[in-house]
Write a protein that binds this ligand. Structure first.
Ligand SMILES: O=C(O)CCC(=O)C(=O)O
Ligand SMILES: [Fe+2]
Length: 271
């Protein structure tokens, strides 16, 4: 789903995108390497990969409940912080709207995930132009943990979502529009009524580099998320086992903010 009239000023989105572009561009590899994996409890992670399965540079950081950010360039921290605050408000509104669509109280999702203490990770990517990439893949197919994932980009190019019919479709996100994808914990809570989006990024046909900012809007880190009784019945038997958000994030990688999906390991019934 794509959001327009979301209330986040264009300048706030543009500021965050140019802030991360400046970080990627201006920070030395030596400085960035301080954020390479080392401490599993790291709150900022950086890496650059260039091989047949993945071609991208990325920076991930914990944005909420406490905001972490590299100090340079100085404008980046403020711009990203402001964007995250604004888009977090949007996510709470979406939680209320989705709760009603699901036939529940307006506060259903906010309470189920304890969004007031939500654990939000910002995942920012820079993909190379195609002539610099080693193969066609920017980021291989995956789903993301969390309630929803908001995404903004500096230009169209390469993001694809898998339809229920098994076809990859190119995602067009107009400027200053926010793309909303569904995350693993929403699939879990709704016992599979809503499915986490499978997506990937290709670089093969794109001649210029592309920047994106995904915010994984997550439950509180201690929240135990399991299918709600409202979604379990004779036609829809319990299909997943529950797990705390922290155990879900650590299931495939001890680094919480690497935000690897583990939804496949939680399925009791084949889908
Ligand atoms: O760059 C994109 O459009 C998507 C990035 C993504 O899926 C991720 O960082 O998890
Ligand atoms: Fe993703």
């Amino acid at each position: 789903m794509q959001l327009v009239n979301h209330g986040v000023p264009d300048g706030v989105i543009e500021g965050a995108l140019s802030g991360i572009a400046d970080f990627f561009e201006q920070t030395s590899v030596e400085e960035k390497s301080k954020y390479k994996k080392g401490d599993p409890k790291a709150r900022i992670l950086w890496d650059a990969r260039s091989h047949s399965g993945e071609n991208r540079e990325h920076l991930k950081l914990l944005a909420r409940p406490t905001f972490h950010c590299p100090p340079n360039p100085p404008s980046f921290r403020e711009a990203l912080g402001e964007y995250e605050r604004r888009v977090h408000e949007v996510s709470l509104g979406l939680g209320r709207a989705m709760s009603l669509i699901l036939g529940q109280e307006e506060s259903y999702i906010e309470n189920a995930f304890n969004l007031e203490s939500g654990f939000n990770v910002a995942a920012m990517n820079r993909y190379p132009p195609n002539f610099q990439s080693k193969g066609t893949m920017g980021l291989a197919e995956h789903t993301d943990p969390g309630f929803i994932i908001s995404l903004v980009q500096n230009m169209d190019g390469g993001l694809q979502i898998l339809t229920h019919q098994g076809q990859w479709i190119n995602v067009h996100i107009p400027p200053n529009t926010i793309l909303i994808q569904l995350g693993d914990q929403l699939e879990l809570l709704t016992n599979g009524k809503y499915k986490s989006h499978i997506h990937r990024v290709l670089v093969d046909t794109y001649k210029v580099e592309r920047i994106s900012i995904g915010i994984l809007h997550g439950p509180s880190i201690d929240e135990f998320v399991a299918p709600g009784p409202e979604f379990i019945n004779g036609n829809h038997p319990l299909a997943y086992r529950g797990i705390t958000y922290s155990n879900a994030l650590e299931a495939n990688d001890r680094y919480e903010i690497e935000v690897q999906s583990c939804i496949d390991q939680l399925r009791i019934l084949p889908i």
